[in-house]
Write a protein that binds this ligand. Structure first.
Ligand SMILES: C[S@@+](CC[C@H](N)C(=O)[O-])C[C@H]1O[C@@H](n2cnc3c(N)ncnc32)[C@H](O)[C@@H]1O
Length: 493
C-alpha cells in the first residue's frame, strides 16, 4: 500500500501548527499537475488527530475489478489473474498521475473561457454559446476572437497583471510560450484561437451526444475531457433544495450534521456560463453548503467541520491561504454573482433568487460587492458576504483523488455524516466512478449520505444505496433538467 502520511496537529483553536503540508511552497517547485503529494489530515478542535489519504488497496478494489470484467482498462484486462497487490499498487499510482495531468487541459479550457467572456481586459463582444458555434464560419465572430486574443495577450504580459493573468501566464510559460517578440506573440495567438476552435468542436460533439444520451451517459459525458475547476452558485442552490427535501422526509434530522466533506469545491476563475473575471478568485461551494445546513437547523456553524477533497493544487492552495488568513482573524469575502442572461425557467429562477438573497447570512455579514463592469452591468447580479474567520478555520483542504484514494477514518467520530460532490464524477467512466463510490462509502458513517448531481455507475454492489432523487426543470427552451442523487451508506454493514 502506498501511503504518504502527514500529520496535522491542531492547537486549542483547532488551527494547524507548523507540521501542516505547505502546498504553496511545493507549487513553486513543481508544475501543478506534477504535484502528487498525498496529504491527508483531519482536525478536531483542541486535539491532535491524524488521518491519511491512501491509495485504494487491491483488496478493496477487488469487487469493482470482478464485476467490471470486460469493461476494465486494457492493461488490467491483459494482466488478468496475474494482477496482484503489487501490480495493482503500481498501476493505481500511475493512473492517479494521469488523472492529475488532465487538470492541465482543464486549465486550457479555463483560459479559453477567459478569452471568450473576460471583461477586464477587453471591450470586445463576448463569445457566448451561439457565437462560439459560429467561430470559424463568420468573419464577424472571427474578428471578436482575434481582438479578444490580442487584448488578452496584452493583459497577460502586463507587469501589473493580477492573480488570474499571473496564473495563466505560468500555464503558458510551462507550455513553452513567451511574450517577448512579435513572432512569439503570434504563435501564442494562434494557440489561443486553436483552443477556441477546439472548444467549439467539443461543444458540438457534446450537444450531439446529449441528444440521445440517458442520465447514465450524461453523468459520464466528460470522461475524456480535461478536468476544469469551474464553479458557480447553481449546484449550491440544487443542494439547498436537496437538504430541504431530506429534512422534510426525515432523511436528515435537525442538528445531525457535524462533519462533511466536499469533493471538488472548484475555483471560480472564469466559469463557462458567463466567465466573470472582475472579482478575486474564490471558492464558494463549501461556504454555501455550510450556510444552507445552518439555515435549515441541520448543523451548527460554530462546530461544523468541513473537509475539502481536491486534486487541484490551485484549489488546495487557495483554501490553505484563506484558512491561514482566517487564523489571523481575517474574514473571507465572497462575491455571489449570477447572470440573468442565461435562460432559466421562471419558477426555478424565482426560487433561486430567494435563495441567493439570503445566501451567506448564517455564516457571515453582508458587505459591499465589487462594482460590476459596464459590459455586464444589466445582467450580472451580485451580493458580497464576509465570512466569519471562525467558520473559515473549520475548513481543512486535503489533496486527494477520490477515484484512487480514500481517507483512512477508522474512528467513527472522524467519519462523515455527509459527502458532497457536484460536477466531479462527470469526468469519469463507470470503472472510475465505481472505485470512487467504494472509496467514499468507506469514509461515510453508517446511515450517512453522499449527494451528487451525477448518477453514479451502479453495476458494482456497494455500501451506498439509492435513497432519494430530485429532478427539476431548470429551463424549458432549451429543455434542461437538474438532478440530485442521494446515496445512503447502508447502516447495517
Ligand atoms: C467542474 S469543478 C466543480 C466545482 C463545484 N463542485 C461545482 O459544482 O460548481 C470540478 C472539481 O472537481 C475536482 N476534481 C475532479 N476530479 C477529482 C478527483 N478525482 N478527486 C478530487 N477532486 C476532483 C476538480 O479539481 C475541480 O475542483
Amino acid at each position: 500500500m502506498h501511503v504518504e502520511e502527514r500529520m496535522l496537529c491542531t492547537d486549542s483553536a483547532g488551527l494547524p501548527r507548523a507540521s501542516t503540508v505547505d502546498l504553496e511552497d511545493a507549487m513553486k517547485k513543481a508544475p501543478a499537475y506534477l504535484l502528487l503529494m498525498v496529504a491527508g489530515a483531519l482536525t478536531l478542535p483542541g486535539r491532535c488527530q491524524v488521518s491519511t489519504a491512501e491509495f485504494i488497496s487491491f483488496e478493496s478494489a477487488k469487487p469493482v475489478l470482478r464485476v467490471m470484467g470486460e469493461s476494465l482498462p486494457s492493461e488490467l484486462k491483459q494482466a488478468g489473474s496475474q494482477l496482484d497487490a503489487k501490480a495493482w499498487a503500481e498501476w493505481v499510482k500511475k493512473e492517479d498521475a494521469v488523472i492529475r495531468q488532465r487538470l492541465e487541459t482543464g486549465e486550457e479550457d479555463t483560459l479559453t473561457n477567459l478569452l471568450r467572456f473576460g471583461v477586464t481586459f477587453t471591450k470586445e463582444y463576448q463569445i457566448d454559446r451561439e457565437y462560439l458555434g459560429k467561430y470559424g464560419h463568420s468573419t464577424l465572430v472571427n474578428s471578436f476572437g482575434e481582438h479578444r486574443a490580442d487584448d488578452l495577450i496584452r493583459a497577460l504580459r502586463s507587469p501589473s497583471a493580477g492573480e488570474r493573468m499571473q496564473q495563466m501566464r505560468v500555464l503558458l510559460e510551462n507550455k513553452g510560450f513567451s511574450f517577448d517578440t512579435a513572432a512569439e506573440r503570434d504563435r501564442l495567438k494562434e494557440y489561443l484561437l486553436a483552443n477556441l476552435a477546439r472548444m467549439r468542436d467539443e461543444f458540438n460533439a457534446y450537444r450531439e451526444k446529449q441528444k440521445s444520451a440517458g442520465i447514465e451517459e450524461r453523468s459520464q459525458l466528460y470522461a475524456d475531457r480535461g478536468i476544469s475547476l469551474d464553479t458557480n452558485l447553481w449546484p449550491d442552490f440544487a443542494l439547498d433544495l436537496q437538504f430541504r427535501q431530506m429534512l422534510k422526509t426525515g432523511l436528515l434530522k435537525p442538528g445531525s450534521v457535524r462533519r462533511i466533506a466536499v469533493v471538488g469545491p472548484g475555483l471560480d476563475f472564469a466559469n463557462k456560463e458567463y466567465g466573470n473575471d472582475f472579482y478575486p478568485l474564490q471558492t464558494t461551494q463549501p461556504f454555501a453548503v455550510m450556510d444552507s445546513l445552518a439555515r435549515l437547523g441541520l448543523a451548527d456553524p460554530a462546530s461544523l467541520e468541513l473537509v475539502t477533497l481536491d486534486i487541484s493544487p490551485n484549489v488546495n492552495v487557495h483554501l490553505q491561504r484563506v484558512r491561514k488568513a482566517a487564523a489571523k482573524g481575517k474574514a473571507y469575502t465572497v462575491q455571489l454573482a449570477w447572470n440573468s442572461a442565461v435562460p432559466r425557467g421562471q419558477d426555478y429562477l424565482a426560487d433561486f433568487v430567494k435563495y441567493w438573497q439570503t445566501l451567506g447570512d448564517q455564516i457571515g455579514a453582508v458587505t459591499k460587492p465589487v462594482p460590476v463592469p459596464p459590459a455586464v452591468a444589466g445582467e450580472t447580479h451580485i451580493r458580497a458576504v464576509a465570512i466569519r474567520p471562525q467558520v473559515v478555520t473549520h475548513i481543512t483542504p486535503i489533496n486527494m483523488n477520490v477515484v484512487y484514494q480514500r481517507l483512512r477514518v477508522p474512528e467513527p467520530e472522524l467519519q462523515f455524516d455527509l459527502i458532497i460532490g457536484t460536477n466531479v464524477f462527470i469526468y469519469y467512466g463507470a470503472f472510475e466512478q465505481s472505485l470512487a463510490r467504494a472509496n467514499l462509502a468507506s469514509m461515510i458513517k453508517p446511515g450517512g449520505f453522499l449527494l451528487t448531481n451525477e448518477l453514479l455507475a451502479d453495476k458494482v454492489p456497494s455500501q451506498l444505496v439509492d435513497a432519494q432523487r430530485l429532478s427539476r426543470t431548470v429551463s424549458t427552451v432549451p429543455l434542461i433538467t437538474d438532478y440530485m442523487f442521494c446515496y445512503k451508506r447502508d447502516p447495517s454493514k
